[in-house]
Ligand binder design. Structure first.
Ligand code: TRP
Length: 365
C-alpha cells in the first residue's frame, strides 16, 4: 500500500532482526512435527480499496493458502475502516468486500479452516484502540515511516487523526484475536514493531508484568513484489495491473495497450528494460519458467509476440480462478454467510480480549 521509500528509512538493525525471526517462523510453519506450532495464529488482511490483482495472488494469497493447508490457524481481515485513512470517500465497500472475499475463496482459502472477517463487524477492535492509544506517543506515530509515505502520497492533504493513528488500530486488529504471526510486505514492518511495543507496554503498565499479550512476529513474504506492466509498482488505479476479476478479453486489451520500448529483440534486462522485463517475469510466474528462457524463445518475435505469450500465460493461468470467482459472485448470499460466520468467530475472540483488558484496567463493574 505504500512506496519503496519506506525501505530506505526503516532502521536496518531492526529489519535484520525481523528477517531472522521471520525465517525461524517459516521453518516452524513448514515442519509439521515442530514444537510450538500449535501456538501460532496468523492474522493478516487487505484494505478493500479495489479489485485484487495478480501481484496479490503471488505475493500473499498463495502463501495464505499454503499456511492454511499446513494446518496453521489463519485469520484474514477485510480492513474496511482502513479504507478511509487516506481518501475522502469509502467507494463501493460492499462490492469491493464481496469481490475480495470471492478472490480469497477462488484462490483456495477455505472458510471452514480460515476465519475471514471485517473491521466494521467487530466493534471490540475499535474499543481496544482506546487503551492502546494511551500506550503510544504522538511523536512515535508521527515518525512512523509508512504513515509518512502514505501522507506524502495524498498530494498535500492534511494528516487526519485516523491516518496518524491507524498503526494503533492495526495493533488492535492483531492483538484482538491474539495473532502471533503477521505476514506482511516490508512496508508494513513499522506497524508490526508498533504492535510489539503496545503488547509489551500493556503487559508492563496494565497487567503487572504478566505476559497477557504476546508480541507478534512479522512473517516477511519471500516473493518479491510483482511490478506492473510498465515496471512500476502494480496498482489497479494506475492502470498497470491485471485484476484477478478481469475477463480474458479485458486482459488481452490491457496487455495490448501496455507500453513497451523500441528495441525489437526481446531480452530480460530489468534495469534497462523495465516494461519488457516485467512482462517476461509475469508470464514466467504463470508458466513456471525463468523469464530469460521466455525471452530466448521470443527473441526476434518482438513485443507483439511477447504480448501474445503473456496474454495466453495469464489467461490460461487464471481461467480456473476466474470461473470459480464468477460462480461465487453470482451467489452473494453465500458470500455474506461466509463473512457472517467469520465475523462471529472473530467477534467472540475480540470480545473476550476486550473483557480481559478491561478486567486488568479495573473496569469491571
Ligand atoms: N495495512 C495493511 C495493508 O494495507 C492491511 C491490514 C490491516 C493488515 N490490518 C492488518 C495487515 C493487520 C496485517 C495485519 O496491506
Amino acid at each position: 500500500m505504500t512506496t519503496l521509500q519506506t525501505v530506505d528509512t526503516h532502521d536496518d538493525a531492526s529489519y535484520a532482526a525481523s528477517v531472522a525471526r521471520s525465517d525461524t517462523i517459516h521453518e516452524l510453519i513448514q515442519d509439521p512435527g515442530a514444537r510450538g506450532r500449535e501456538n501460532l495464529r496468523v492474522l493478516t488482511g487487505d484494505r478493500p480499496t479495489g479489485p485484487l490483482h495478480i501481484g496479490h495472488l503471488f505475493a500473499t494469497l498463495q502463501s495464505r493458502v499454503a499456511m492454511q493447508d499446513n494446518g496453521i490457524d489463519t485469520f484474514i481481515l477485510v480492513a474496511d475502516y482502513q479504507v478511509i485513512t487516506d481518501r475522502d470517500r469509502p467507494g463501493d465497500l460492499r462490492s469491493a468486500t464481496l469481490g475480495q472475499l470471492a478472490d480469497y475463496l477462488a484462490a483456495g482459502i477455505d472458510p471452514e479452516r480460515s476465519t475471514i472477517f471485517a473491521h466494521s463487524a467487530v466493534p471490540a477492535i475499535g474499543q481496544l484502540m482506546l487503551p492502546f492509544l494511551s500506550l503510544v506517543t504522538d511523536g512515535e506515530l508521527r515518525r512512523n515511516p509508512t504513515v509518512k509515505d502514505e501522507l506524502a502520497a495524498t498530494d498535500g492533504r492534511p494528516l487526519s487523526g485516523l491516518l496518524l493513528t491507524y498503526p494503533v488500530h492495526q495493533a488492535a486488529d492483531i492483538l484482538s484475536v491474539h495473532g502471533t504471526v503477521v505476514p506482511v510486505g516490508r512496508d508494513q514492518l513499522p506497524h508490526v514493531e508498533q504492535t510489539r511495543a503496545i503488547a509489551r507496554r500493556f503487559n508492563q503498565r496494565y497487567a503487572g508484568g504478566e505476559e497477557y499479550f504476546r508480541a507478534p512476529d512479522a512473517l516477511l513474504t519471500d516473493v518479491p513484489v510483482l511490478p506492473g506492466l510498465d515496471g512500476r509498482k502494480m496498482s489497479t488505479s494506475r492502470g498497470n495491473g491485471i485484476a484477478l476479476a478481469m475477463s480474458a478479453d479485458e486482459t488481452a486489451t490491457r496487455i495490448r495497450k501496455a507500453r513497451t520500448d523500441s528495441e525489437r529483440f526481446i531480452t530480460y534486462d530489468p534495469d534497462r528494460r523495465p516494461e519488457i522485463s516485467s512482462m517476461l517475469r509475469t508470464a514466467g510466474l504463470f508458466t513456471g519458467e525463468p523469464p530469460e528462457a521466455i525471452a530466448d524463445r521470443i527473441g526476434d518475435g518482438g513485443a507483439a509476440r511477447l504480448k501474445e505469450v503473456l496474454t495466453a500465460a495469464v489467461n490460461d493461468g487464471l481461467a480456473a480462478h476466474r470461473k470459480r470467482r464468477a460462480e461465487l459472485i453470482a451467489e452473494p448470499a453465500y458470500l455474506e454467510d461466509v463473512l457472517h460466520q467469520g465475523n462471529g468467530r472473530a467477534a467472540e475472540l475480540a470480545d473476550r480480549t476486550l473483557a480481559d483488558v478491561q478486567q486488568r484496567l479495573g473496569m469491571h463493574y
